[in-house]
Design a protein around this ligand. Structure first.
Ligand SMILES: [Zn+2]
Length: 194
């Protein structure tokens, strides 16, 4: 039986690198993967999974009205898909997650989703919420805070300061995101300098 996986982490944990590695491992064995990413983040052009270390690969951009089941069935008809990989899974809508469940349950095809769990104000993203509800396996990719403790929070930083209010999704702005432990998130210390 295929399973739905949700592999979550804070920022900069190497999720995209991991996805690219898994895709490569499948393809090396002559298998076919369908790679999806959010259409929201178009900083590097739509439909690209890009990792911080420079590796990238093409992906299908998922828009709000994309029916993932349709995309899967079309690709699977052309060529049997052995695994579906999803980057930026936090940006999925509820219906997208339910479509991925159909891919797993009706087509016996494993689906591995990579994404953030909580946003900068400690709310679950919609995609993460439903992945936590539906996933067969929930796995954490660990990152550390500057202090060495496990990072569990994502801070939005503008001009060197943590910002705790604003829209959940801001793309292409001047902000940056830092992974912190809970203590340093709450204290607002983004590094050990002060
Ligand atoms: Zn810390």
């Amino acid at each position: 039986m295929a399973q739905l996986f949700f592999r979550y982490s804070t920022m900069n944990a190497g999720k995209s690198i991991e996805l690219i590695k898994v895709a490569y491992n499948y393809e090396e064995r002559g298998k076919h993967v369908l790679v999806l990413t959010s259409g929201l983040d178009d900083r590097y052009g739509k439909g690209v999974v890009r990792s911080r270390i420079g590796l990238s690969r093409e992906a299908v951009a998922v828009e709000e009205d994309t029916d993932i089941l349709d995309v899967f069935m079309m690709e699977n008809y052309r060529q049997r898909i052995d695994c579906v990989l999803v980057d930026e899974a936090q940006f999925l809508k509820r219906h997208h997650v339910e479509e991925l469940v159909e891919v797993v349950d009706s087509f016996d095809c494993p689906v591995i989703c990579y994404g953030l769990k909580n946003d900068f104000s400690n709310q679950l993203f919609e995609g993460s919420y439903y992945l936590l509800v539906y996933a067969d396996k929930i796995e954490e990719i660990k990152t550390i805070c500057w202090c060495g403790r496990k990072a569990t929070m994502v801070a939005r930083v503008v001009d060197g300061r943590i910002v705790r209010t604003g829209d959940q999704i801001m793309i292409g702005g001047e902000e940056m995101y830092v992974s912190l432990c809970r203590k340093h998130y709450n204290e607002g210390r983004i590094n050990g300098d002060f």
